[in-house]
Design a protein around this ligand. Structure first.
Ligand SMILES: C[S@@+](CC[C@H](N)C(=O)[O-])C[C@H]1O[C@@H](n2cnc3c(N)ncnc32)[C@H](O)[C@@H]1O
Length: 275
């Protein structure tokens, strides 16, 4: 299984951006740490693996229950910041730089969790089969993944605002291509887990809004230029960032509520299964 393109991506500029924005991303994505843990129900003493743990927020939250959490991620810069943050927030949590599709824990896990860290495998069924082998029989899986881009205004709005300045609209990747929206189809997720040998698969929609980070519209626009599908399109097409930023600033001004905060629709699957 060749995950090298994603490994390079998360060890390059993308990983550095997620390091720089770690605190803001954690605030924006906090509802999904809560939703995953509400499904996972970690218990003191359990061994937990957090797949694609990034800067560690879900690992820290899982550790609060007294569990022994190991975060696994391919990104060296993100694991470095996770270890630094863990000193204050979850000293017992451990972090490993590894491709989660090929890594096995010394002791099998009771629980595997992830917040948006499982959609980047070249061969997801093979990856989830390997993850299942690292989980005790009867162990639990609980993760959050995005539903399709079209249902996620927080990611779609920046692309629509930038369209007049892009050389071409970003082509939607073929279904299943590794990336943030690879698990958008409920049937695809269900098939992947069934092929990988997981049972009692339960896929529940989460619908709500998330608050875009930023102290003011300019700051929010800068954030949107950095993260998500728009940042990829800008990098690939060599677009004039200043013009895109102006368009984003006016969109954010239009959408912000009276208190100056921008909430946009988010659509997520909360997926549970048993090993
Ligand atoms: C969208 S980020 C989510 C980070 C974190 N879970 C959070 O919620 O802040 C996706 C993460 O998955 C990691 N990742 C991608 N492919 C991976 C793989 N094969 N094994 C482990 N981690 C991977 C990336 O390095 C990145 O940190």
């Amino acid at each position: 299984m060749d995950n090298s393109a994603q490994i390079d991506y998360w060890n390059g500029a993308a990983g550095e951006k997620w390091v720089r924005d770690a605190d803001r991303l954690d605030r924006m994505l906090q509802p999904f740490a809560e939703a995953v843990l509400a499904a996972a129900k970690p218990v003191a003493g359990e061994r937990i693996i957090d797949i694609g743990c990034g800067a560690g927020a879900l690992s820290f939250a899982a550790s609060e229950a007294g569990a022994l959490t190991t975060g696994v991620d391919v990104s060296e810069p993100l694991i470095a910041i996770a270890r630094r943050r863990a000193e204050q927030r979850a000293p017992a949590a451990q972090f490993v730089v590894a491709d989660a599709s090929a890594w096995a824990p010394d002791t099998k896990a009771d629980l595997v969790v992830s917040r948006f860290g499982v959609m980047f495998f070249a061969d997801p069924a093979k990856a989830f089969a390997s993850i299942r082998k690292g989980t005790k029989p009867g162990g639990r899986l609980a993760f959050a993944c995005w539903r399709p881009l079209a249902e996620n205004d927080w990611a779609l709005m920046p692309i629509v605002a930038a369209l007049p300045f892009l050389k071409e609209p970003p082509a939607p990747p073929p279904p299943g291509t590794p990336g943030p929206f690879a698990f958008g189809s409920r049937d695809f997720v269900s098939d992947v887990l069934a092929q990988a040998g997981w049972s009692a698969v339960r896929i529940t929609p989460w619908d709500g809004t998330i608050e875009l980070p930023g102290a003011n519209p300019e700051d929010t626009a800068d954030f949107m230029l950095e993260i998500g599908p728009l940042s990829r399109a800008i990098a690939e097409q060599g677009v004039d960032r200043a013009k895109v930023k102006d368009a984003l600033v006016s969109q954010v001004r239009r959408l912000a509520g009276a208190e100056g905060r921008t909430h946009l629709k988010a659509a997520v699957w909360i997926v549970e299964a048993t090993a």
